[in-house]
Design a protein around this ligand. Structure first.
Ligand code: SF4
Length: 335
C-alpha cells in the first residue's frame, strides 16, 4: 500500500538530514510566532521531537499536521491558513506556495558501492540517470563516476512539475526522456523505477544506497496485473471518475474528457471529488469500476486493496475501445 511503502522507506531515516538548523534560522529571520509542521508518514514519528526543538529554540508555537502527507502536491491547507510559516518536510516543491517552505530531507548515504554493482549489471554504454528528491543532489557525482568508468551519461531536464534535473516523481517521468540505452535509478522502492521503465520502454537498474541493493525492475509482472484489472472492468456498465481535491493533483479537464468519451460509448459515469481515496469511502458508491485521475500511485500501490477495479485514464480508454492494449502506459501528471 502507498502508505505502508512510505512507512517502510522511512525506517532508514537515520541516514537522512532533517536540517532543523535551517528551519530555526528561517523562523528567527522572519520573527514568525506560529509554525506549522507537515511530514510524510514515514517521518511523522520525528514530529514531536522537531516541534519541541523549535519551540525551545525560538519561542514560537508549533502546530503539527496529523493528516497523511503523500507528496509536495499534498499541502495541509488548513494549517497553511492558520500559521505564519508551514514547513513541509521530505519533498521538493512542485510550485511555490505562499508561506510554505519545503525542507527537502537529503540523504547522505554513499552511492559509490551501489553504482559499482550497477555498472557491472549494465548492458548499454549510454546511461540515463534519475533519482528522487532524497538523492537527486548526488546525480552529478554519479555521472562523474560513470564517465570515469567508460559510460556516457544523460541527466534529463524535467518539466515544470519537477525542481531538479534528473528528478522523477511517482507521477512524472519527464526527466527520463533522454536518449539513453538504459537507466540507473538512485533511490529506494519500486514505484519510481517502474514508472521510468514503462514511460521509456527501457531497462531500469535500481541502485539503492539505503539498503545497499542493486536490482533490475520487473515491469512484466506489473503489466500482467494491470491487464487482469482491465479485463475485469470490460464488463462494467457504471463508472466513478475520481477527481482529487488536492490542488496539485486535480485534473478536472481530463475527468470531463473521460466522461464525454464514456457517454459516447453508452456508459454511465459519475464524477466523484475526494481528498483521501480509500476502499471504505469508495464502497459507499455502488459502481462497477472506478477511474482515478488523482495521484497515480493510488491506482497502482493500492490496487490489491480495492475490491472494485480501479483504472488509470489510459486503461479506461482501453476499456472504451479507444486505445489499443499494446499502448497501455503509466499515468503521469504533466507540468
Ligand atoms: S501526485 Fe505525484 S507528487 Fe503527489 S503524491 Fe502522487 S506521485 Fe507524489
Amino acid at each position: 500500500m502507498f502508505l505502508r511503502a512510505m512507512l517502510s522507506s522511512a525506517n532508514s531515516m537515520s541516514k537522512f538530514d532533517l536540517d532543523i538548523d535551517k528551519v530555526v534560522s528561517i523562523i528567527e529571520e522572519r520573527c514568525a510566532k506560529k509554525i506549522g509542521l507537515q511530514l510524510p508518514s514515514g517521518l511523522s514519528r520525528s514530529a514531536l521531537k522537531i516541534a519541541k526543538k523549535i519551540e525551545d529554540l525560538t519561542g514560537a508555537t508549533v502546530l503539527i499536521s496529523g493528516n497523511h502527507c503523500y507528496g509536495a502536491c499534498d499541502v495541509d491547507e488548513f494549517l497553511q491558513r492558520e500559521v505564519d510559516i508551514l514547513f513541509h518536510f521530505g519533498h521538493a516543491e512542485i510550485k511555490p506556495i505562499d508561506n510554505v517552505i519545503f525542507i527537502e530531507v537529503r540523504s547522505y548515504a554513499n552511492i559509490i558501492s551501489v553504482l559499482e554493482h550497477a555498472i557491472k549489471m549494465s548492458r548499454g554504454s549510454r546511461i540515463g540517470l534519475v533519482s528522487n528528491t532524497q538523492h537527486v543532489h548526488k546525480l552529478d557525482d554519479a555521472r562523474e563516476y560513470l564517465l570515469q568508468h567508460g559510460k556516457d551519461c544523460f541527466i534529463g531536464k524535467g518539466d515544470s512539475r519537477v525542481k531538479y534535473d534528473g528528478q522523477i516523481l511517482g507521477c512524472n517521468f519527464s526527466a527520463a526522456r533522454v536518449d539513453a540505452d538504459e537507466f540507473i535509478y538512485i533511490g529506494s522502492g519500486n514505484f519510481h523505477p517502474l514508472g521510468v521503465a514503462l514511460a521509456t520502454s527501457k531497462r531500469v537498474i535500481i541502485a539503492d544506497p539505503i539498503s545497499n541493493e542493486v536490482r533490475e525492475i520487473d515491469s512484466e509482472t506489473y503489466l500482467r496485473q494491470r491487464y487482469a484489472i482491465i479485463a475485469k472492468a470490460l464488463h462494467a456498465k457504471t463508472f466513478g471518475i475520481i477527481v482529487s481535491t488536492k490542488s496539485a493533483q486535480t485534473r478536472m479537464e481530463l475527468a470531463m474528457k473521460l466522461k464525454e468519451k464514456a457517454f459516447r460509448n453508452g456508459l454511465e459515469t459519475h464524477l466523484i471529488s475526494m481528498d483521501e481515496i480509500t476502499p471504505d469511502k469508495l464502497s459507499l458508491f455502488k459502481l462497477d469500476a472506478f477511474v482515478n485521475t488523482a495521484c497515480p500511485r493510488i491506482t497502482i500501490d493500492d490496487a490489491a486493496l480495492f475490491k472494485t477495479p480501479m483504472l488509470t485514464p489510459a486503461e479506461f480508454e482501453i476499456v472504451l475501445g479507444e486505445r489499443d492494449w499494446s499502448r497501455i502506459k503509466f499515468d503521469e501528471i504533466i507540468g
